[in-house]
Structure formats: C-alpha cells, structure tokens
Design a protein around this ligand. Structure first.
Ligand SMILES: O[C@H]1[C@H](O)[C@@H](O)[C@H](O)[C@@H](O)[C@H]1O
Ligand SMILES: [Fe+2]
Ligand SMILES: [Fe+2]
Length: 259
C-alpha cells in the first residue's frame, strides 16, 4: 500500500462497517433507483438552509463508507478547504468547491428525508453500462439487478463512445444531490467547480483510470482539476483539529461573495 492509499481489505471493525455499507450500496443502487431519487430531489423542496448551517448539521454524522475518517464531517470539510486554501490562496472558487463538496450528505438528516448511509455515501459509478472491476467491493454488484440486464451489462451499455459525462447516469448519492442543489440555486461557481462536486466520488475514473471512453474533450480538461482536488479530499484527513470559530469569518465572507 502506498502512502495515502485507502486500504479496504485490512481486517478491522471499521472496515467491516465499510464493507457492509458497500454491500447494500452495490445491491440497491440501480439505474432505476438513481432516476427516482433524482426526480424526487431535483425539486429541492425538502428544506431551506444556509451553507454554514448545512456544514454544522453534518457534524452529527460519521460516514460509514470511509475507511480513513472517524472525525465528524465538518472537520473534513474544513481540513480539506484549509489545505487547498494554503496552496491556492487566490482561487476562491476552489475554496468554496472544497467547502461544499460533501454537503450533499445532509440527505442523512431527517430534514432532508433521513436517507440510509448506503444511499448517500461511498464511491460512485456509472449506471446503464458495465460495472468496472476497479470499483471498490465490486463483488457485491453480482446481486444488483442491473448486472443481469443485457441492455446495461456491456462496455458501452446505453451510451456511445465519448458521449460526455454529463449524459451519464451516475449512482445516486451526495455528489449528484449537491450538484443539483448548486445548479438549482444558480450558483456562481465555474463549471469545473460543479464538475468536481458531481464526480468527486468517481474513484474508478479519477484514481483507476476506468471509463475514460465515456468522456468528451471538455471532461478531459476538467479531470485535471478533479485529480488535483482529490489530493486534498484524501490526504488532508488528519487528527489535527481545526479551530472552527477561528476560520469561520473567512468562510462566511466567502459564502457571502457567491450568494
Ligand atoms: O467514503 C468516502 C466518502 O463517502 C466520500 O465523501 C466520498 O466522496 C468518497 O467517494 C467515499 O469513498
Ligand atoms: Fe464525498
Ligand atoms: Fe470529501
């Protein structure tokens, strides 16, 4: 295992939880499920909440799919944003992208429908075509009904080569939800910021290099930023706690700027 590589195989109680989460995730996340959830949640009719309030709301949750992180989610948001801010002080769109990238996990909260962990967290993957071997815990897909569907279970499935990721139906989760929320609120984030939010859990693409044949040229440009972002999403996870009250004023002004 290289430094910073996620170890899903090591025997531990943490990994047993992670594995169980992915078992349910892979069995239930079908093309149909994603379609239904998208239709339900793109109405944006669950609750009205500010960005900072959503960050605080996430504090009560620990992500059951994450082998590396036991800290509350707000720590992760601030740690990754602080790290990216240190290296790219002038790119405020990148700071905001990092701050909000996981806010879709509010789906776990009763105010947003209290969705189960398996439906909200974990890596994402395309639906309507083959499940690539590089997707974590791939073995559980055998029990996913799409696995047997002949229109879906080929390399391209329902897609054509280089169709562009925008056309691809990704498994439902916090990425797609936050993308819908940002778009539906007419965000001022550049399209690459939205791309990062929407595909940050697509590890099979940005870490393993699978599914590249679904990308178009624009996706290939944006993938560079997604890879850069991923370094901060992963490697900033640490036990060094952030002084929330100290950094809060900067974030409030950042949020203000884009609203
Ligand atoms: O366990 C993690 C976590 O749920 C992240 O928020 C998600 O983006 C990753 O893809 C996943 O591996
Ligand atoms: Fe995430
Ligand atoms: Fe994250």
């Amino acid at each position: 295992m290289g430094v910073g590589q996620r170890d899903y195989e090591k025997e531990s109680t943490r990994n047993a939880t992670v594995e169980d989460c992915y078992r349910k995730n892979h069995i239930h996340k079908t093309y149909e499920f994603a379609k239904k959830k998208r239709e339900e949640y793109e109405k944006l009719d669950k609750a009205v909440m500010s960005i900072w309030e959503s960050c605080e709301l996430l504090n009560e949750f620990v992500d059951e799919s994450d082998p590396d992180l036991d800290e509350p989610q707000i720590e992760h948001l601030l740690q990754s944003t602080e790290a990216i801010r240190r290296d790219y002080p002038d790119q405020d769109w990148l700071h905001l992208t990092a701050l909000i990238h996981d806010l879709g996990k509010v789906l776990l909260h009763p105010a947003f429908g209290g969705q189960p962990q398996w439906s909200v967290v974990g890596d994402t993957f395309p639906l309507g075509c083959d499940f690539d071997e590089s997707v974590v815990h791939h073995k559980f897909f055998k029990e996913n009904p799409d696995y047997q569907n002949p229109s879906f279970n080929t390399k391209f499935g329902i897609y054509s080569e280089n169709c562009g990721l925008d056309k691809v139906s990704m498994s439902w989760g916090h990425d797609e939800y936050m993308y819908l929320v940002a778009k539906g609120n007419n965000t001022t984030l550049p399209s690459v910021g939205l791309f990062i939010i929407r595909f940050h859990s697509f590890y099979a693409l940005h870490r393993a290099g699978a599914y590249t044949y679904l990308m178009n040229n624009e996706d290939r440009e944006m993938l560079k930023w997604l890879k850069l972002f991923n370094k901060y999403d992963l490697y900033s996870k640490s036990k060094v706690r952030i002084d929330v009250e100290k950094v809060k004023p900067y974030y409030l002004s950042l949020i203000d700027k884009v609203n």
